[in-house]
Design a protein around this ligand. Structure first.
Ligand code: AP5
Ligand code: MG
Length: 192
């Protein structure tokens, strides 16, 4: 199954993808995790991305597309993937669409996790205390939410217009949200 998880920072994309990958037996591809691994490794790409990420802004489309092409060319994606964190603007949505068509693997599902802003901020504050991610400080969180509204929200409309979007309520216990996702991905689910 080829699936993209959409949703604001803190909506639970990474958390739910970790469970869904076991359920669906396909890899979880998080562009944020890929970038953080580059930063941790101190690679050229990581050095370029580090400050941009810490500020909560978007890393360049060219870097992301190269990274994604690379990742999707690995054999473990033969039966599909769960994409998390990409696409984040309309240019990336177009590039992904073209890339997947070229490799004969068009997207099948786009699922948006919907969570109110107050709860997003609360969840990220919880993670900041627990994990200390460089971009989980209040100023960068504000920026990430702003970038999401201005640049990533149109991507939701992109998938809606393509008839691929399903919206799932992301509020509730982890298990509850997981079951909603599984239901949304079952063959009989309505695509709205
Ligand atoms: P990225 O890593 O993608 O971060 P993000 O989109 O800001 O999202 P998060 O990872 O914060 O949230 P999430 O939805 O995964 O939530 P999570 O499951 O962790 O991107 C980071 C940066 O990398 C970007 O700002 C940008 O600079 C760069 N980047 C990445 N992709 C890019 C791209 N395509 N183009 C350009 N730049 C790019 O949950 C959050 C917290 O809530 C956790 O603590 C979790 O335990 C908790 N939680 C989750 N679900 C629940 C629940 N149901 N109840 C209670 N708590 C919950
Ligand atoms: Mg994440």
């Amino acid at each position: 199954m080829r699936l993209v998880l959409l949703g604001a920072p803190g909506s639970g994309k990474g958390t739910q993808a970790a469970r869904l990958k076991e359920h669906l037996q396909v890899p979880h591809i998080s562009t944020g995790d890929l970038l953080r691994a580059e930063v941790a490794a101190g690679s050229k790409l990581g050095l370029e991305a580090k400050e941009v990420m810490a500020r909560g802004e978007l890393v360049s489309d060219a870097i992301l597309l190269g990274m994604l092409e690379d990742r999707l060319s690995r054999p473990d994606t033969a039966n599909g993937f769960i994409l998390d964190g990409y696409p984040r603007n309309l240019a990336q949505a177009d590039a992904l669409d073209a890339l997947l068509k070229r490799i004969g693997q068009p997207m099948e599902y786009a699922v948006q996790l919907e969570v109110p802003t107050e709860l997003l901020v609360e969840r990220i504050a919880g993670r900041a205390a627990a994990e200390g991610r460089a971009d989980d400080n209040p100023e960068s969180v504000r920026k990430r939410l702003e970038v999401y509204d201005s640049q990533t929200a149109p991507v939701i409309e992109f998938y809606r217009q393509h008839g691929q979007l399903t919206v799932v309520d992301g509020v509730g216990a982890l298990d509850e949200v997981f079951h909603r996702l599984v239901e949304a991905l079952s063959p009989t689910a309505d695509v709205g």
